[in-house]
Design a protein around this ligand. Structure first.
Ligand SMILES: [Zn+2]
Length: 233
């Protein structure tokens, strides 16, 4: 099976479905990554003191570290403007995503839920580009939105988060055995560790809150079927 993960920022792959990506990569599946921006608008921690170009370079190296840790085989890192993906036309966004789908021929595409999870407009834009691209292309691919379930979102304090509505969740992937790898990948993103501090303060602890990663199969739509525990089903 070939998985293509598509995200707005370097670090989304790790803080997002990093456990699932590590799990499938270690099971021998191919995982490729498309990251649309270089993260040059980052505003956490050390990013406050760096120029955009310095941030982009630092975050490129962090992404390479995380990809290697998770078992991602290739990174396509593009240079769309961080924080401004909603200014790119849908047509252009779809075309970029479609080009990568034709190149990588994935069985599965994973991106963030179109709530943006944190509501970030870049995440929302990329989710829409992915959905539009798979609808337009005549290829046999399944699109999954990754997101939090309501309980996970509630346990993380001081942060407005937008979970996947319970009835929309189609897949629940157990990643407890891969959390060490996910946390290692998160730590590759040294410039973004402020976010890690927040996640660690989750009620019940990070480990418990992150043991399952939730997905909604968006394409082809499968709303009425029972919850699955393997993306390959
Ligand atoms: Zn992001």
């Amino acid at each position: 099976m070939r998985i293509l993960a598509i995200f707005a920022h370097p670090d989304d792959e790790s803080y997002g479905p990093g456990g699932t990506l590590a799990r499938y990569a270690r099971a021998g599946h191919r995982v490729d990554l498309l990251t649309l921006t270089r993260g040059e608008a980052g505003s956490l921690g050390i990013c406050k003191t760096l120029a955009p170009e310095e941030k982009a370079e630092m975050r490129r190296r962090e992404l390479e570290c995380a990809a290697e840790t998770l078992g991602i085989q290739s990174i396509t890192l593009l240079n769309y403007p961080d924080g401004q993906l909603n200014t790119i036309s849908y047509q252009e966004g779809e075309t970029v995503v479609a080009r990568e789908i034709r190149r990588r021929v994935p069985d599965i595409i994973i991106t963030f839920h179109d709530s943006g999870i944190s509501g970030h407009p870049d995440h929302i834009a990329v989710a829409r580009w992915c959905r539009n691209a798979v609808q337009r292309l005549d290829v046999n691919v399944r699109l999954f939105y990754f997101g939090l379930d309501a309980r996970q979102a509630e346990r993380i304090p001081n942060r407005p988060l937008f979970p996947i509505p319970h009835t929309d969740i189609t897949h629940a992937i157990a990643v407890e055995d891969y959390l060490k790898i996910k946390i290692q990948a998160i730590h590759c993103h040294q410039s973004q560790l402020e976010l890690w501090q927040r996640l660690q303060s989750a009620h019940g602890g990070y480990w418990q809150n992150a043991a399952i990663e939730y997905f909604m199969q968006v394409w082809p739509s499968r709303r009425t079927q029972a919850l699955r525990e393997d993306l390959d089903l």
